[in-house]
Design a protein around this ligand. Structure first.
Ligand code: PEP
Ligand code: MG
Length: 567
């Protein structure tokens, strides 16, 4: 078995067609007639632009306008004087077209591939793709016609470029395996858009296989089998059927509201880590953002991000979500999340130390920058502020006081914001849970962070494999804590959500329905799964199950009972 990056879900079984790279070497020479060489180069560019635009057209029709933009960008790139002008100048100086093309493209590739930003680095592979395509035109090289491969083909290549992907006929390609490319590479994005199972970054796969070998690929797990035996083959044939049946079932929930079997409407939000993820939340049918982890802004920066930088990031997420709720959690550093420029000292017990709201309230001027950026961004959508790691009512009061001060400043400066912006409390410590009744009087909403609530309730480091057997949200103590938090919120009449991983756990969902959770915030890819599970339970059924579960005294017994009751 080969292991790679699981880039596009599903099981692909088929016959291999290798897309071998051509020898693109050429002899760099000085040309005698630069005018004729310029003409030859212009013809190559024209032919490239024509083909590329035609491919973009195909993509627009078969996949969508967003994906077609990648290829249109390639055509535009070659027409950009900053790129081609420089190449023509080199040809005028006597270089051959191949050398001029390679030199200028390599210069840009070098520049972009050293950039921090993933999107910028992606530009480097776009330029490489353009370079290779134009070079093939100049060298008169014709590729395998991907458009014509037989049904049930698994494509194996070093890298699947956007121009190659654009020729794929979805019905004929059962899977894709490459040697390079990550989860966010264009090949991954396009494979997902085409819904073709794909495993990327499998080292040496091109040389390890032959045309017509049988390949089984599991794009959900990142596994690849070449010429597998009958047992593996039948196992994956069954898995493929199951996957397809499940997918068809889930698709029925796209674009639908989230309702229980007895008609109670609930909110199904997404957890995101960057403003760009908000697009993913929208694509996956998320109804809002239940947790925007803002740490990325701080971790990806060399210094404390300015108010403007933060404002732009929050505004982008809010605008993307188009008036749907976006709960922005203020900085949650410390514990396992380090930020070098803050210069925090090493602690004996970082999870119990100087972190999250404790750090923020001790560095008020910095904290006010973030709060002000969020409050300003609230003019562009439905923002809510969420405070992490609360253990006392005073902490929440202090944050609310800062929020009021900032609102006053903004009013006097004539800057727009949402006057009604809510301040909520993450419920993720044992202390918060035990004083949930008191916190509910002070908070506008609760969101239960089961990842930490489990850690702090069980006294189990969430990252320590040696004690992982204890780390479970199904421990009776954690379940009692969750139930108490939800009941306190319900009693006080404030909304209560859950943004820890447990919110998407099919076994946990019936319990949450019974306890009265209002909002579920999950990884975008799990939205439809969670919606489908929620739709299967009535409150009465969930209550009956919860009554049995809450009387049990061991997590193993609880999990078995939940599995037995699962729908
Ligand atoms: C949690 O603790 O459950 C949570 C959602 O926050 P994080 O995982 O970022 O600590
Ligand atoms: Mg947490």
């Amino acid at each position: 078995m080969y292991k790679g990056i699981a880039a596009s879900r599903g099981i692909g079984i088929g016959s291999i067609c290798r897309l071998i790279e051509h020898d693109l070497s050429f002899e760099a020479k000085l040309v005698e007639d630069p005018v004729a060489e310029k003409k030859r180069f212009q013809e190559a560019i024209d032919s490239f632009v024509k083909d590329t635009n035609a491919m973009a057209d195909d993509i627009r029709k078969n996949i969508g306008p967003k994906e077609a933009e990648i290829l249109l960008g390639h055509a535009v790139m070659m027409s950009d004087p900053a790129m081609s002008g420089e190449m023509f100048k080199m040809i005028e100086g006597g270089q051959c077209a191949e050398s001029a093309l390679t030199a200028v493209c390599d210069m840009f590739i070098g520049m972009f591939s050293n950039m921090e930003d993933e999107m910028m680095r992606q530009r480097a592979s776009d330029i490489e793709d353009v370079k290779v395509s134009v070079l093939k035109k100049l060298l008169n090289i014709k590729d395998v016609n991907i458009r014509k491969v037989a049904p049930g083909t698994v494509l194996v290549c070093k890298d699947l470029t956007p121009s190659m992907t654009s020729q794929i006929v979805k019905e004929n390609v059962a899977g894709i395996i490459t040697e390079v490319g990550g989860n966010t590479s264009h090949s991954a994005i396009l494979a997902r858009a085409l819904e073709i199972p794909a495993v990327l970054s499998v080292p040496g796969i091109v040389d390890a296989v032959k045309d017509k070998d049988t390949a089984v690929i599991d794009g959900t797990e990142g596994d690849v089998f070449i010429n597998p035996d009958g047992t593996v083959l039948s196992k994956y044939l069954i898995k493929r059927e199951e996957f397809l049946a499940q997918k068809a079932e889930l698709e029925k929930f796209a674009g639908k509201p989230t309702v229980t079997a007895d008609g109670k409407e609930l909110e199904l939000f997404c957890n995101i880590g960057t403003p760009r993820d908000a697009k993913k939340a929208m694509e996956c049918d998320g109804e809002g953002i239940g947790l925007f982890r803002t740490e990325f802004l701080f971790m990806d920066n060399a210094s404390y991000p300015t108010e403007e930088e933060q404002f732009e990031a929050y505004k982008e997420a809010l605008e993307t979500m188009q008036q749907r709720t976006v709960i922005i959690r203020t900085l949650d550093i410390g514990g396992d999340k380090e930020i070098p420029y803050l210069g925090l000292k090493k602690e004996e017990n970082p999870f119990l130390g100087y972190r999250a709201v404790r750090y923020c309230l001790d560095n008020v001027e910095e904290y006010k920058i973030q709060l002000r950026a969020i409050i300003r961004a609230s003019a562009f959508g439905k923002a809510k502020i969420m405070v992490p790691l609360v253990t006392t009512v005073d902490e929440l009061r202090s944050v609310k006081k800062l929020v009021e001060e900032i609102k006053e400043d903004l009013r006097s400066e004539g800057i727009a914001f949402d006057e009604g912006i809510e301040v909520g409390c993450m419920m993720e410590t044992a202390s918060a849970s035990l004083i949930a009744d008191l916190l509910a009087k002070e908070a506008d909403f609760f969101s239960i962070g089961t990842n930490d609530l489990t850690q702090y309730t069980m006294a189990v480091d969430r990252g320590n494999a040696d004690v992982a057997n204890l780390y479970s949200a199904f421990q009776p103590s954690v379940l009692r804590s969750i139930k108490n938090i939800i009941e306190c919120a319900n009693r006080e009449g404030i909304p209560v959500g859950m943004c820890g991983e447990a919110a998407a756990d099919p076994l946990m969902i019936p319990l949450l329905i019974s306890f009265g959770l209002d909002e579920y915030s999950v990884n975008p890819v799990l939205v439809l799964t969670a919606r489908s599970i929620i739709s299967k339970w009535t409150k009465a059924e969930a209550d009956e199950l919860a009554a049995k579960i809450m009387a049990m005294d061991s997590k193993d017994e609880i999990i078995s009972a939940l599995k037995a009751a699962a729908k």
